[in-house]
Design a protein around this ligand. Structure first.
Ligand code: UT7
Length: 330
């Protein structure tokens, strides 16, 4: 790495208007508000209800908010990455469609899939392009329409997930601000515990796969929970030690919003006071690729130039990791 760092210079976000509350879920499956709140911290989530609209709709809205807030000329964007586990369609790329729709017609674009770690991995990818000096404006969007792959008769998954999108712009920074370090991990043994069995190349769609509900998310929650708690906390600790940071040096923990208890475990391993731990899981649930940028968008006004942010995520694959970033603007 040379002297160029990759800084986040703008953020935007979008969530659909429709609110699916715990009370409404009580009427759909055998669950209750008390169970959901105490086991996950989630009170409600947003659902995209517009027929014929997919993840690109959410991504475009988030990108457009960023573009208008920043007064950005979309023709200057070099690259658009859409981090998502729910592309509009298996082929063609959602990011390419999004780039065209937002007027980023000079950009190239592609999707990046690493389940709930998609956005975190995307931060690494976007930053590497900037640090190399090859590109100056990389738009990274995390977007998921999780409601398109959830079985609303399965109480073990339908209470968790929601739809949403967030976008960030990465640009070169010569003051040492931006992405400082990353520690990214994966383990293919995790595939058995969090997956969609059908619709891919192993098990293409058929009448049987539809009848057997194999196009929905399957999650062995207990196992995923165990791995998430220990691995997310491990990488957070690792990145602190590697960068000689103490809990005092950390201004904000930006954790993937999968379960309040997983977030609290990571924060407690880092000995962080609660006021430094960003949370909005109660409002949006787990929006997969959108959790991290939705947090950035919601808490942007509280960040100060030079603040130390630690990002952490864990997801299907398994995939997980943490990123240390210095905030670049007030
Ligand atoms: O972001 C991607 C990565 N995903 C995650 O990080 C998710 C990790 N896992 C979790 O967050 C948790 O495991 C869940 C929230 C999914 C489940 O919480 P849990 O505390 O692990 O519950 P459990 O699966 O151990 O189930 C406990 C009990 C069971 O009943 P019995 O067998 O003890 O009688 C379940 O059948 O709770 C029951 N249960 C429910 N009860 C009411 C499971 N789902 C529900 C529900 N409402 N929605």
């Amino acid at each position: 790495m040379g002297n160029i760092k990759a800084a986040i210079t703008a953020v935007g976000s979008y969530v659909p208007d429709f609110v699916l509350s715990n009370m409404v879920l009580e009427t759909m499956v055998d669950t209750n508000d008390e169970w959901i709140t105490s086991r996950t911290g989630i009170k409600e989530r947003r659902i995209l209800k517009i027929p014929g609209e997919g993840t690109s709709y959410l991504a475009i809205k988030a990108a457009q908010q960023l573009i208008s807030k920043q007064n950005l000329n979309p023709l200057e964007i070099d690259l658009v990455i859409v981090a998502t586990a729910t592309p509009d369609m298996p082929v063609a790329s959602t990011a390419v469609y999004v780039a065209t729709q937002i007027g980023a017609t000079n950009a190239f674009a592609y999707d990046l899939q690493a389940a709930c770690s998609s956005f975190l991995y995307g931060m690494s990818t976007a930053s590497a392009y900037i640090e190399s000096g090859r590109y100056n404006k990389v738009l990274l969007i995390g977007a998921d329409k999780m409601s398109s792959i959830i079985d609303y008769e399965d109480r073990t998954t339908c209470i968790i997930f929601g739809d949403g999108a967030g976008a960030v712009l990465f640009e070169p920074n010569l003051e040492g601000l931006g992405l400082q370090d990353e520690y990214l991990r994966s383990d293919g043994n995790g595939r058995a515990h969090l997956k969609i069995d059908a619709g891919g190349s192993i098990l293409p769609p058929s009448i049987e796969t539809v009848t057997n509900k194999q196009h929905y998310v399957f999650q062995d929650g207990k196992t995923v929970f165990k791995f998430a708690v220990s691995n997310m906390a491990d990488v957070c600790e690792k990145i602190l030690v590697r960068n000689n940071l103490t809990n005092e040096d950390v201004d904000w923990l930006v954790p993937h919003q999968a379960n309040m208890r997983i977030i609290d475990a990571a924060a407690s391993r880092m000995k962080l006071e609660d006021s430094k731990v960003l949370k909005n899981i109660q409002k949006y649930g787990n929006t997969t690729s959108a959790t991290l940028p939705l947090l950035l968008s919601e808490f942007e006004s509280q960040f100060k130039k030079g603040d130390n942010l630690i990002f952490a995520a864990f997801g299907g694959g398994f995939t997980w990791g943490s990123v240390y970033l210095k905030w670049a603007y007030n």
